[in-house]
Unconditional design. Sequence first.
Length: 366
Amino acid sequence: MDNLILLYKKRWFVIGNSAFIAVLSVIIALMLPVYFASNATLKTSSASSASFLSMLSGLPMADMGFSNLNDELNQFISIIESRTFREHLVLSFDLVNRYEQTDIDRAIEKFGDYLQYEVTDYGYLKIRAIDRNPAFAKILADTMLSLMDQMYKEMNQEENRYNRQALENRLRQNEKDLQIAQERLRDFQAKYGVVDIPAQTSAAIEVYSQIYAQMVAAEIELFTTRLNFSPEAIQVKNLEALVSNLDHKLQQLLNNAQGESPFISFKKLPDYGLEYANLYREVEIQAKIMELLYPQYEQARMEEMKTVPSIIVLDYPKEPLHKFKPRRALIVIGASMAGFIFSLIFVYAFEFIKNLWLALKTQTGE
């Protein structure tokens, strides 16, 4: 009750102070510059896919978390965050002078305040260009879309070229290795005749060839992944573990230590049989590699020659009709509430200090 009586006595102070702050906030809000925002919504093209992992269907990549290695939305965000992207826009529109900055570095930093993006709940990317001039905001948003598309295509073309070159080099080497292996096997057969290899040994050679081909494919994927990721990236670490595991399996087949494999060790075959097994195994290995690499090489060539659009624009930028900021109503309401609360705190704090002072003065007088 005492608090309500005190508030009633000081009502004009509270009302007057709140009104003053409200009027002051209105003046400040009206003085703030008005900004407009032009928005665009886009999504990636499902046709863009140059990942080796999508081609190596024979390898257990899905169980290792590689199903979404090339995240196109993350690549778009990386482009937006890159200095190349922002510097190009700053220079193209002379934003150093427009933003009244002293150098390009400060202009790039300032430009970040007028460039916003977000990933929607449906997985689309929404970008926003902000400026005091609504027409310029639309032009800036249009240019951002065009530049993003250009840079993304260049990134894909570069990646596809690396993939194709890696496959081409390995395929050419495989052709030479296969020819050499076939000639050596032919010479051996001409000299010694065909040696009868047991069925178990043939099965071991087949398994060895498949594992070896998988390891070569994994090494190729590891090579291309290192071009796009740091050595500490999880993609690189997982591929290194896969290569190491496949190599361990190959060593088990070669040595068959303590009966770890159901197949006969190659080292235990007779001399002629061992030599024949080695020659035949090499031909099978190179043939398996050829069988694996050639479709990938052709697909990589097709990916390199593709010129499909890299982004699909769902909402093109429009010239905004309404301001984006400042939100004057929120500023005035927030400032008025803050002024009212501050007035209440001041009234009660002043009354508390006043009563405390009177009490101390009374005790001193006694």
